[in-house]
Design a protein around this ligand. Structure first.
Ligand code: C2E
Ligand code: CA
Ligand code: CA
Length: 415
């Protein structure tokens, strides 16, 4: 079983204040097949990465002796974050010291694979990793089906893509303000496939325009249907940077909205910069034109992109979505909270509505209610659902609001 997984998908974090050691151990790991590495020279930096959108690694190799935040202090932060992965301790200290540190970490219920003395020998590292079985989640990630471009093309052509919708609610009174459209693939054999498994393929093979057209068309029709049924919602659609390469995209969006009888102000276009764009002229022109037509623009995954701040300067966004990595558990983590408040402040100063993503539990929601954040979205409120489920969900949500947080209804004492 141990060798029965693709090591390149196992996430490994290296933390050592000496860049030379990072390189050396990194090379050893790569030779063993562990290529999904992230390296950091300080605990602070590593904690930010842990809280980021990629999530915690499956394994951390940790140097105990570091100047700013030492290894033991770092472990304390891992415990606070409920780190569920494994740990290897590394140090130039003698064996007894290392053994004592291992015992200490294990007392915190973190799995210690073992410890390595510097200089780290390739054989000792290989032996440690050989007896390790990564957690099931990591292995199933490795086992994920990779779909080919042809399969995705067929799915688009055959109408196998369906829109799910996740509510966005006002933080002050819980009112449902809108929904975000999240595409799913109803695969004839594999069941419901999540977008992470096909959006990247669509982008890489020139299929993303077709995909977005299908998603947008369905979303516009749904917006109209909800309005006709007395439900006025702002409907958000995710737009890939690759959609913004051809100038005709703006005309397409305008034409489709007219055809569906939907006003631009009912539609939100969520844009993420997932990678560096060589040429920003076309995206800038398209977004500015759409904004002039009164479509609402939202900057997605704020805090994680390549040049979020530059985007804010250049594009007149109406909405800023604070990435879920800075929302969930921000109430108990100082670093996350600092980033959360900084993002919120930016949104306020630039007159944008702030949306907190990843509101996963009651603690997140309670925290949010004490902030000036405008909107909230996340599993605590609702998971993405088929359009037909939305009216029923709104009823239960209203009931939940009444019984759970009566303060919301009579007015927030902290507002
Ligand atoms: P996103 O735009 O950041 O969408 C939010 C994702 O977070 C969704 O994942 C949603 O289901 C998930 N989510 C919502 N609440 C919570 C929560 O409380 N906790 C956690 N852990 N996750 C939460 P999903 O549906 O798998 O979509 C993943 C990504 O795929 C989206 O991220 C978006 O970037 C992309 N995507 C989805 N639909 C489309 C589309 O039609 N076009 C394009 N270009 N991209 C899309
Ligand atoms: Ca989004
Ligand atoms: Ca997002």
């Amino acid at each position: 079983m141990t060798d029965n997984f693709d090591k390149s998908t196992i996430r490994v974090m290296l933390l050592d204040d000496e860049p030379f050691m990072l390189k050396l151990i990194g090379r050893l790991l790569e030779n063993l097949g562990y290529t999904a590495l992230s390296s950091h020279t300080s605990g602070r930096e590593a904690l930010v990465a842990l809280a980021g959108p990629i999530g915690p690694p499956d394994l951390i190799l940790l140097d105990l002796n570091m100047p700013e935040m030492d290894g033991i202090e770092f472990v304390r932060h891992l415990v606070e974050q409920h780190y569920a992965g494994s740990l290897v301790l590394i140090s130039g200290e003698d064996e007894r010291m290392l053994a004592a540190a291992s015992t200490l970490v294990q007392a915190h219920k973190i799995e210690v694979l073992g410890h390595l003395r510097k200089p780290v020998s390739p054989a000792a590292l290989a032996a440690l990793l050989a007896k390790w079985t990564p957690p099931a989640a990591a292995r199933s990630r490795a086992a994920k089906v990779a779909y080919g471009a042809d399969a995705v093309r067929t799915a688009i052509a055959n109408g196998e893509l369906v829109n799910y919708y996740q509510p966005k609610v006002a933080v002050t009174d819980g009112r449902v303000v809108g929904v975000e459209t999240l595409v799913r693939w109803r695969h004839p054999v594999d069941g419901l496939v999540l977008p992470d498994q096909f959006i990247g393929i669509a982008e890489a093979h020139g299929l993303i325009d077709d995909l977005t057209r299908v998603v947008l068309r369905q979303a516009l029709a749904q917006t109209r249907a909800w309005r006709d049924a007395g439900l006025t919602l702002r409907v958000a659609v995710n737009v890939s940077m690759d959609n913004l390469a051809a100038l005709s995209f703006a005309d397409f969006v305008v034409a489709e909205a007219v055809e569906a009888g939907v006003m631009p102000s009912e539609i939100v276009l969520e844009v993420t910069e997932s990678r560096l764009m060589a040429d920003l002229r076309a995206p800038l022109e398209i977004l500015t034109r759409l904004r002039l037509k009164r479509f609402r623009l939202s900057i997605d995954d704020f805090g994680t992109g390549h040049s979020s701040l530059a985007q804010l300067r250049d594009i007149p966004f109406d909405e800023l979505k604070i990435d879920q990595g800075f929302v969930h558990r921000a109430w108990q983590d100082e670093t996350l909270r600092a980033i959360f408040y900084a993002s919120l402040g930016l949104a306020g100063q630039l007159n944008m509505e702030a949306v907190a993503e990843g509101v996963e539990d009651q603690d997140d929601w309670d925290f949010l209610r004490r902030t000036r954040c405008d909107l909230a979205q996340g599993y605590f409120i609702a998971r993405p659902m088929p359009a037909a489920d939305l009216p029923g969900w709104i009823e239960t949500w209203d009931a939940r609001l009444l019984e759970q947080t009566p303060a919301l209804i009579v007015g927030d004492p902290l507002a």
